[in-house]
Design a binder for this molecule. Structure first.
Ligand code: R5P
Length: 316
């Protein structure tokens, strides 16, 4: 791999240092020196401690828990870079928080994903690089280029290795995830089934019907986010009731809030694979049935291609 002639810089926010370091090591490019701290009243202070004038700068920050702090930190880093005359600023947001609030869910409710897109754009970024947005349409909330990476190059080889020779069905745990599950099913030459999920109130999920044939098969559920774990735990029960031989899950963003890890450990799922788009807590690392795959090579490669003005779609 050759680095571009134009100066490229990577700055890491505090939300996911392990991923930023893994990307830095993939690119063979050290993270730029920056102080990103809190004043005693918890206001964010940023000082970029290297010259960025005229440079192609990538800011790596997932807007995961604590979402609001990490979001503001991202905005303030971008402001510091813009005022430091960076030539181009790319916000690398492996996990884009607030994405689930992408439409009005009732009267007098916000579309927070759009507001967040406005904030990031107004702060001064030139483009955004992210992964498996909750809904692809969120790209249109920005009037700047957005590259929304697909997880297939990370998940497909792992599934092929672990489940070689088994009769697989890829499962979308809700109607919104069908495109993602279908894309993986195509790569793996597997069948597809869909869970018709109804959610009575926010944060509580209820499985209704399994659409498709799962009897005697190994089911692999695919989702963008696992948060409370309710969706996937309930889906696993429904799949077992329909005769599934085994149930596993591949999820891009492990939000895993509240008692999710314990809920998953006690569930009908034999295993769950997540990525490092969100830094794993100690509880997640110690979990008996959750493992992590790294998106660092894919993210790093996409960053390199952006810097060299090369195609990203060739990666898929
Ligand atoms: C919802 O549409 C998403 O794709 C996920 O299925 C959902 O966010 C998972 O949430 P939880 O784990 O709390 O059920």
């Amino acid at each position: 791999m050759t680095l571009p002639n134009t100066p490229m810089k990577i700055i890491a926010g505090n939300s996911n240092r392990p991923l930023a370091e893994a990307i830095s090591s993939y690119l063979g490019l050290p993270l730029a020196q920056a102080a990103i701290k809190r004043f005693s009243d918890m206001e964010v202070f940023v000082e970029i401690q290297e010259n960025v004038r005229g440079q192609d700068v990538f800011v790596i920050q997932s807007t995961s828990y604590p979402a609001n702090d990490n979001m503001l930190e991202l905005l303030i880093i971008i402001d510091a870079l813009r005022r430091g005359s960076a030539r181009r600023i790319t916000a690398v947001i492996p996990y884009f928080g607030y994405a689930r609030q992408d439409r009005k869910t009732g009267g007098r409710t916000p579309i927070s994903a759009k507001l967040v897109a406005n904030l990031i754009t107004t702060a001064g970024v030139d483009r955004v690089l992210t992964m498996e947005l909750h809904a692809g349409q969120i790209q249109g909330f920005f009037d700047i280029p957005v590259d929304n990476l697909n997880i297939s190059p990370v998940f497909v080889p792992d599934i092929q290795k672990k489940f070689a020779g088994q009769e697989l069905v890829m499962i979308s745990p809700d109607v919104g995830g069908v495109l993602r599950a279908r894309a993986l099913a195509k790569h793996l030459n597997a069948d597809l089934a869909i869970i018709d999920k109804r959610r009575e109130k926010a944060g509580v999920s209820e499985v209704m019907n399994v659409i498709g044939e799962v009897d005697g098969k190994v089911c692999i559920m695919v989702d963008d986010i696992v948060d409370s774990g309710g969706t996937l735990c309930n889906a696993a029960i429904a799949l077992k009731e329909q005769g599934a031989r085994a149930v596993h899950a591949y999820v891009v963003h492990g939000v895993l809030s509240g008692g999710a890890v314990a809920r998953i450990a006690a569930s009908q799922m034999e295993s769950m694979v997540i990525t490092d788009s969100i830094a794993a807590t100690e509880t997640v690392r110690m979990s008996p049935n959750i493992t992590q795959l790294s998106i660092a090579p894919l993210m790093g490669e996409a960053m390199l291609r952006i810097s060299e003005e090369r195609s990203i779609s060739e990666l898929f």
